[in-house]
Design a protein around this ligand. Structure first.
Ligand code: SAM
Length: 754
């Protein structure tokens, strides 16, 4: 029975398992566990007392393996859906004792072969017994080369000793024997020996004490499939029930968010004597007792884990929409070289936060440029370069009170039909005793946002009007806007242009995509903007403008800022910007940070060629460990009259926090931040990211070979932005702690066309 129903969450982490001992009555064991609320069991497949060398035939294979049950006792579908195999924990493939070593090898292979026969989805391998586990890894690697789809989950404790002041290790480790111990390093060497095989994953044993947050964070970039929590890691609450420490709770929630399944292990250690009484029927009738299955001994622990799952916030609607994009590599768009399609534009246009930031920037620029006293006489020339289907034209016009016919109509339509079924907006404001003239209003909503942008004249009671609008939004939330949409995360974004710039505008919309130009014409006609907007079908780099612009508005930004060639395009466009004109954006900067991203690395590797390792990808990063804070890479400012080249070179030195421990770097996550105008910015750099903006996922620059960075070693990285007459590309490499080849030399694998 899944832990709960979390809207939108279809991940594996809904399922919780229980670890069991060897049992030769598997049907009983399974029924007991499933009816006790667990979804699967982690069970030994073979009698743990079995040793091949002690068999009468010396392990030659002719005698029958002492299995827990065959595929006639449980069907293959039961085995596959409800059992994770546990490989015998006594095996020691690196033992000095040859007999033990050989017995171990034979048993491992026999058990995996048997698990495969049963169609199990996964088997758990016991933890390596020592740091040097070459023979164990060699045997597992052989198995991985020939196994079907079954995954092998290496079990390791979530444990890292912290150095003491005198340099020795703290002694909370069963494994360390007093020396420094970091279980991640065991995992890392094991998977290196197995060549990063994609079917080799991890199970973490969660102990009662946890390593530092930074050190735990590394695991979120690893293929962790399950976390085993022992009953002795649970605390006891005031009522005698099991509970977990705050840090454990946070960790479990993170596991849920990263599709890691929880497995409970151990025996009942909490005496909840009232529990069994509660389970009895009220009239204590024997016949009832027969039909009520006995409560599973570990149920209180399961209930607590379910409680942690159920109390998580539901996934926001946008997150739910983006679930399928998590860790999915995409080629970056090339809007200069290619012509975008209507669907792509439509997706951009849904990002209301992006446009409201632009609207704020245009508003500030207009107010700075035209003093109030000239507002009704001075005409500002605003050029939207790369206008697409016109959203920035709309945002700019709304800023000045040029409200569109359709927006005006639609707000009354929406107000009348949906929000206030029997009330006109004007009546509404009158009822609230507000004395203002509603000059224009636009209303936009999707499943995430409600944007009300309005302009009032004589707004003496503007504050009241704002209150009224908040009230309207409250009234219409959640169900009335659209009965079929869940509005649990709905909130309002108000864009009050009411301060009313009322500046006069002349707009040019310049666009090189001939299809988008057709749409622009249709938009201008529909909105009645013919007198204000002139559409130019041209590449901004070669358009001969009839006059110069006061304000140049563009959105030519990629996930890495300059990677869609905004610098090259705006260098061309600034010819027709007045000497004191304003560019929105006025600057943008790219950022990178090193990441562990096993899933992405394996996906790139699966192409089996060099080119994919030298390509940047747009990707919604999820199963990644961000190893160090971001650092800025390249900055571009506009306008730029210095004739400075757009080629760039940057050397960066990252320090991974020492309490993280050693780490593996699979590549670099890239982001940008743009200053639109003065203090109005937008971006995706995690520490300053614009909230609820979804137009850009990060970019990922892979490394051909995963890079091991030992604790305390600096990581030195070089990035270049290069160009030729026909293309722009990036090259990157690492020079410390080891040296990598320069990736993408001469743009041989990945470039952006000019
Ligand atoms: C990222 S889209 C943004 C479109 C629109 N401004 C929006 O926010 O939805 C960039 C647009 O700029 C156009 N574009 C790119 N380079 C251009 C150039 N050199 N001249 C004119 N348009 C260009 C593309 O065709 C595309 O429509």
């Amino acid at each position: 029975m899944p832990l709960g129903q979390r809207p939108g969450d279809k991940s594996e982490s809904r399922y919780c398992g229980v670890e069991t001992e060897f049992h030769d009555d598997m049907p009983h064991l399974l029924t007991e566990s499933l009816s006790g609320g667990f979804d699967f069991i982690v069970a030994p497949l073979i009698d743990p007392s079995y040793r091949p060398s002690c068999m009468t035939n010396g392990g030659s294979g002719s005698s029958v393996l002492p299995v827990a049950a065959s595929d006639l006792i449980l069907s293959p579908s039961q085995w596959s859906s409800h059992v994770v195999g546990k490989i015998s924990s006594w095996i020691d493939l690196d033992s000095d004792d040859e007999k033990v070593r050989l017995d171990s090898e034979i048993t491992l292979k026999q058990e995996i072969a048997w698990a495969s026969h049963l169609s199990l989805q996964a088997c758990i391998l016991p933890p390596p017994r020592r740091a040097s586990c070459g023979n164990y890894a060699k045997c597992v690697n052989q198995i991985l080369q020939s196994t079907n789809n079954m995954q092998l989950w290496l079990r390791v404790p979530l444990q890292k000793s912290e150095p003491m002041d005198d340099g020795s290790a703290n002694a909370n480790s069963d494994f360390s024997g007093g020396s420094m111990f970091d279980s991640w390093e065991w995992w890392n060497s094991f998977r290196l020996l197995c060549e990063h095989h994609s079917q080799l994953c991890v199970v973490l044993d969660i102990l009662s004490s946890l390593p530092s947050n930074n050190s735990v964070g590394r695991w979120f970039g690893e293929p962790v499939r399950a976390a085993v929590i022992y009953t002795n890691s649970f605390l006891t609450n005031a009522r005698g029930y099991p509970c977990l420490s705050k840090r454990h709770q946070k960790l479990i929630t993170e596991f849920f968010n990263h599709s890691v399944q929880i497995v409970i292990s151990g025996s009942l250690l909490h005496d909840i004597s009232g529990e069994s009484i509660k389970a009895l029927p009220a009239n204590d009738d024997d016949s009832h007792l027969e039909v009520i299955p006995p409560r599973h001994a570990l149920r209180p622990y399961l209930d607590y884990v379910a409680y942690l799952y159920q109390r998580m916030d539901p996934l926001p609607e946008q997150e739910r929409f983006e679930l399928g994009y998590r860790d999915f590599l995409q080629s970056p768009l090339q809007p200069l070289m290619d012509n975008l399609e209507a669907q792509t534009y439509e997706t951009f246009e849904k990002d209301i936060v992006k446009y409201s930031q632009y609207q704020r920037a245009v508003c500030k620029a207009l107010i700075d440029r035209v003093p109030d006293e000239n507002a009704s006489t001075k005409i500002t020339v605003l050029m939207v370069v790369g206008a697409g289907r016109g959203p920035l034209v709309r945002a700019s016009l709304q800023e000045t009170g040029h409200i569109s016919k359709t927006a005006f109509d639609s707000v009354y339509h929406v107000v009348r039909l949906v929000i206030l079924p029997s009330l006109e907006f004007s009546e509404y404001t009158t009822r609230f005793g507000m004395h203002c003239v509603l000059h224009s209003i636009s209303f936009y909503y999707n499943s995430n946002y409600i944007l009300v942008s309005f302009i009032v004249k004589h707004a003496r009671k503007l504050a009241l009007l704002k209150t009224a609008l908040y009230l309207i939004i409250d009234l219409c939330r959640p169900a009335k806007l659209n009965a079929s949409t869940s509005f649990c995360n709905c909130y309002a974004v108000f864009c009050f242009a009411a301060e009313e710039t009322a500046r006069k505008l002349k707009v040019y919309a310049v666009e090189k995509n001939p299809n988008a130009v057709i749409t622009l014409h249709s938009l201008v006609k529909l909105e009645g903007w013919e007198d204000i907007v002139t559409i130019i079908s041209s590449d901004m780099r070669c358009w001969n403008a009839p006059e110069k612009a006061d304000i140049l508005v563009s959105e030519l930004l990629g996930s890495f800022g300059d990677n869609e060639l905004s610098p090259e395009c705006l260098d061309g466009a600034q010819r027709f910007l007045k000497a004191d004109g304003i560019s929105i954006p006025s600057s943008y900067t790219s950022f990178i940070q090193p990441v562990t991203a096993t899933k992405l690395y394996n996906d790139v590797k699966s192409h089996k060629d060099l080119a994919h390792f030298e390509t940047a990808y747009v990707v919604k990063l999820h199963r990644v460990a961000r190893l160090a804070p971001c650092q800025p890479v390249f900055t571009f400012t506009h306008p730029e009259y210095s004739k400075k080249s757009n080629e760039r070179y940057k050397k960066l030195c990252f320090e991974i926090p020492s309490d993280s421990g050693s780490a593996v770097v699979h590549g670099f996550a890239g982001y940008f931040d743009a200053t639109l105008y003065k203090d109005v910015h937008l971006g995706i750099e995690p520490s300053t990211a614009t909230p609820n903006m979804f137009s850009w996922f990060p970019i990922f620059f892979p490394l051909r070979t995963p890079l091991f960075v030992a604790t305390g070693s600096p990581l030195e990285v070089h990035f270049w932005r290069c160009s030729s007459t026909s293309k722009v590309w990036y090259e990157w490499c690492v020079t410390s702690p080891t040296t990598s080849p320069v990736h993408n030399s001469n743009g041989r694998s990945y470039w952006v066309g000019l």
